[in-house]
Design a protein around this ligand. Structure first.
Ligand code: ADP
Ligand code: MG
Length: 395
């Protein structure tokens, strides 16, 4: 995998650099409620500013569907971004943008208005690509989380301007390459979460890539059902048992060991510490019970599997972790992975909205080798798909 980084960009003094970032942050009452994405921009934006570039931030915000509006304006993010960067950030509207860009000084940072105010942005319209390109001398893509879309600002620009990966993009690509591109074996994958149907392509791809496929969460129930286990009232996609069977057969053929739980935590109602809570063998789930977490014996065995592995990629919690005590397996396995990472025996990469929340809940979000907050792009990468925004960088 080869792509140019900011190390290759050369002298940018006084040059305008268009930097695609992800500023699509959650907001409530005009306040940014989670600034993770803003913090991810710091390395690239400040480095370019320090090098004397005129830094022009390109980003989308929400789904304005090609219509300018106050609601979706990026103007409100100049303040929060400035605070996170520790330097001034101005805002440039799509009206008078050429003049505003021309007036910038070396080292200045400005946010351009929402790229999706142009209908052609999401269509990768060459006219919109040109419109953006006319403002800059270089293009830097620093938004891995938007790289699964071939839009003007995420893909098109890389074909018309000298293109480079920003520092956050570079870190993400390097981590993902270590985890699934050219990983050190044995490799384990943990796939959990609610439903098999949302992760079929992930499972199919991983079977051919990893040595151990650990299936947990609600999706394990579909696999257990495929093996003839009665899963009671558990979340289970009975219409997908044939597909689950196929995945298991295929894993057998290619020498991928699939780990399904053999003990589970069940209860009759889905509530915090319910009175009907009990742990049992998967073959002892009653008709009126639900499987809500992987059991302690299975977790111990899975920890032993991780101890033999060099690489781990994780998407999806092992149980209904938002409700105690169904966070137990996820927390225990996450802590094992974190400890092995700290010891230096495991490279661990995790991603997925709920997965990131679960790792933080376990207190180990910072102890994995890399945690991706990219959501859709991370899942498509786990499916083995080529992301257009990454491909355009020559990666
Ligand atoms: P991610 O966002 O990390 O990709 P998913 O969205 O696929 O993860 O899955 C997360 C959800 O799966 C969580 O809300 C969790 O409560 C749910 N879940 C996990 N195990 C079970 C289970 N046994 N029964 C029902 N829901 C479960
Ligand atoms: Mg989710």
């Amino acid at each position: 995998m080869t792509f140019k980084t900011l190390d290759d960009i050369g002298d940018v003094t006084g040059k305008a650099v268009l930097v695609r970032e992800d500023l699509n942050v959650p907001m409530a009452d005009g306040v940014v409620t989670d600034d993770t994405r803003l913090r991810a921009t710091v390395a690239t934006l400040n480095e370019l500013s320090d090098k004397g570039a005129k830094v022009l931030v390109l980003a989308h915000f929400g789904r304005p569907k090609g219509q300018p509006s106050e609601e979706f304006s990026l103007k409100k993010l100049a303040g929060p971004l400035s605070q996170v960067l520790g330097r001034a950030v101005s805002f440039i509207d799509w009206e008078g943008d050429k003049e505003a860009v021309a007036a910038l000084q070396a080292g200045d940072i400005a946010i351009l208005e929402n790229t999706r105010f142009f209908g052609g942005e999401e269509k990768n319209d060459p006219a919109v690509v040109e419109r953006f390109a006319s403002l800059g001398d270089f293009y830097v893509n620093d938004a891995f989380s938007a790289a699964h879309r071939a839009h003007a600002s995420t893909e098109g620009l890389a074909h018309v301007l000298p293109a480079f990966a920003g520092r956050a993009m570079e870190a993400e690509l390097t981590a993902l390459e270590k985890a699934l591109g050219k990983p050190e074996h044995p490799v384990a994958a943990v796939v959990g979460g609610a439903k098999v149907s949302t992760k079929l392509d992930v499972l199919k791809h991983l079977v051919g890539k990893v040595d151990h496929l650990i299936i947990g969460g609600g999706m394990a129930n579909t696999f257990l059902a495929a093996r003839g286990v009665a899963v009671g009232k558990s979340l289970c996609e009975h219409d997908l048992t044939a597909t689950a069977d196929e995945i298991l057969d295929n894993a057998d053929k290619v020498g991928c060991t699939v780990h399904l739980p053999y003990d589970v935590v069940v209860s009759k109602e889905f509530a915090t510490n319910p009175p009907s809570l009990r742990t049992c063998n998967v073959h002892e789930v009653a008709a009126d019970e639900m499987i809500l977490d992987v059991g302690p014996t299975a977790v111990e065995a899975l920890a032993d599997v991780l101890k033999t592995c060099k690489t781990l990629v994780w998407n999806g919690p092992m149980g209904a972790f938002e409700t105690e005590p169904f966070d137990t397996a996820t927390v225990a396995l996450a802590r094992t992975a974190a400890a092995l990472t700290k010891e230096g025996s495991l490279v661990s990469v995790a991603g997925g909205g709920d997965t990131v929340a679960a790792l933080n809940h376990a207190g180990v979000g910072g102890d994995f080798s890399y945690v991706s907050t990219a959501g859709g792009a991370f899942l498509e990468w786990m499916e083995g798909k080529e992301l257009p925004g990454v491909a355009a960088l020559g990666a």
